[in-house]
Each structure stands twice: as C-alpha cells, then as structure tokens.
Design a protein around this ligand. Structure first.
Ligand code: 13P
Length: 252
C-alpha cells in the first residue's frame, strides 16, 4: 500500500484576533515534536494570516486559507482571491466547508470554480464534502458524497501540479460532539477512494482523505488507525494548543 503522510489540519473558523492567533501559532510551533510523522496545518481567519505566517516562518507547519473567491482580482468587494492567499504563504485553501455551503450559499458548482482557481494559483485545495443528518437517516450518504465529490472535482486538469486533498466531514458531527465511529467514517472514506480511482486513477492511492467532525484527543487515534483515514480536519479542538498537539501526537 502506498505511504500517505497523515495531515493534521486545524480550522480556526471565525476565532482568534491577530494577537491570539500569534500566541496559538507559537505554542503549536513550540509543541510539535521534532520528527513527528504527520504534516501539520493551520487555517486562521483571513485577518490573522499574515501574523500567523510570520510566527510560523522557517517551521514545517503549513498555512491555509479557510475559503476563497475564484477570480484573481476585480471589483468584488469583500472577496479574497487564491492569488492573494498564495502571496500570504498559504500552501492549502479549504473549499466547500459545510458552513460555507450552509450560511454563504456555496454550491457544488461554485465550490468547483473555487477548487480550480486554487489549483491555478499553485495552491492545494482541501475539498470538504459530507452529508447532513437528514440525508444520513434517509440513507443518502453515499449518493450525496458522490455528487459533491464528482461535481467538486469536475474539470480537474489531468496534469495539475497539485492534487486536491479531500475532507469528509459529516455535517451532523461538526461542532456537535457526535463523532462518526471509526467504522462509519472508514466506510465512507473507502467509498470516496473507490470513486477517486475512477476519477484520478493511480493518483487515488496517494490522495489524502481527511476526517472532520468533533475530532478530539480521545477519538483521534482510533479514527486515524483506519486504512483510508489519512488525517483530520479539526475545528474546536484546534483552538487550544494542548488538545491540537495531542491529536498531532495521535497521528504517530
Ligand atoms: P469540530 O471539530 O469543531 O467539530 O469542527 C470540524 C470542522 O468543521 C473542521 O473543518
């Protein structure tokens, strides 16, 4: 089986002023043990990206944007482009987070435009997909996830330098304290990988599929031990260095 280096990603959402973000980044930087197997990433709010970039300079911890618009520049008041995020040192940009879909009108089509624009800027998109509780109860999970994945990845250039990362985040598990069991998550991750084999062929074996939704130091190790769970996208537990560092340690 190909080796996939786990990615432990912290999504800080709409938390942390510049000063708070700087302090958290410093604690994480100081706490990540040398030689840790996982890659570590943090996604502060836009307003703290520059501050955190400064704090992480020279460290292997990666920076990410939480969202983006798809145009490079233009009269789009309030928007931020992938080029601007690349310029700030972002290695990753999250697209299609369920909170963007729920509160800001993102659709599979707009998420796809964002994903392609991120790739064009030479940055790695993290495509979030996942079903709602209603969809799971109606046994539509695999259908919803397949549609989000296929439509989100539509038009992916065969020769793209950077490969997207996929994050499976069941909406009912986000911020609720309800986590998918390792078996529930693995079932969907294996399904996603089988779809990726159709879409990306051999690149599916090296594509990272992260799990997100109430990941904590207590459940991280068992989730990460599943064969198709290649890392975690962590919300609440990434806002404190102590819990985030424990999750990093759980990745080996
Ligand atoms: P929580 O870890 O707070 O459930 O958030 C998950 C998430 O949305 C990460 O993007």
């Amino acid at each position: 089986m190909p080796e996939r280096t786990p990615l432990i990603a912290g999504n800080w959402k709409m938390y942390k002023t510049q000063g708070e973000a700087r302090a958290l980044a410093r604690e994480i930087r100081q706490g990540v043990p040398a030689g840790v197997r996982a890659e570590v990433m943090v996604a502060p709010p836009y307003t703290a990206l520059a501050a955190v970039a400064g704090e992480l300079e020279g460290s292997p911890i990666r920076l990410a944007g939480q969202d983006t618009f798809w145009e490079k520049q233009g009269a789009y008041t309030g928007a931020i482009s992938p080029v601007m995020l690349a310029d700030l040192g972002c290695h990753y940009v999250i697209v299609g987070h369920s909170e963007r879909r729920q509160h800001f009108g993102d659709t599979n089509q707009t998420v796809n435009r964002k994903l392609l624009a991120v790739l064009e800027a030479g940055v790695v998109p993290i495509l979030c997909i996942g079903e709602t509780l209603e969809e799971r109860q109606a046994e539509k999970t695999l259908h919803v996830v397949a549609e989000q994945l296929k439509e989100g990845l539509a038009g992916l250039p065969g020769d793209a330098r950077e490969r997207p990362v996929i994050a499976y985040e069941p909406v009912w598990a986000i911020g609720t304290g309800l986590t998918a069991t390792p078996q529930q998550a693995q079932e969907v991750h294996a399904f996603i990988r089988s779809l990726l084999r159709e879409l990306l062929h051999e690149a599916a074996e090296t594509t990272l599929i992260l799990y997100g939704g109430s990941v904590t130091p207590d459940n991280a190790a068992s989730l990460l031990s599943e064969p198709d769970i290649d890392g975690a996208l962590v919300g609440g537990a990434s806002l404190k260095a102590d819990s985030f560092l424990k999750i990093i340690a759980a990745a080996g």
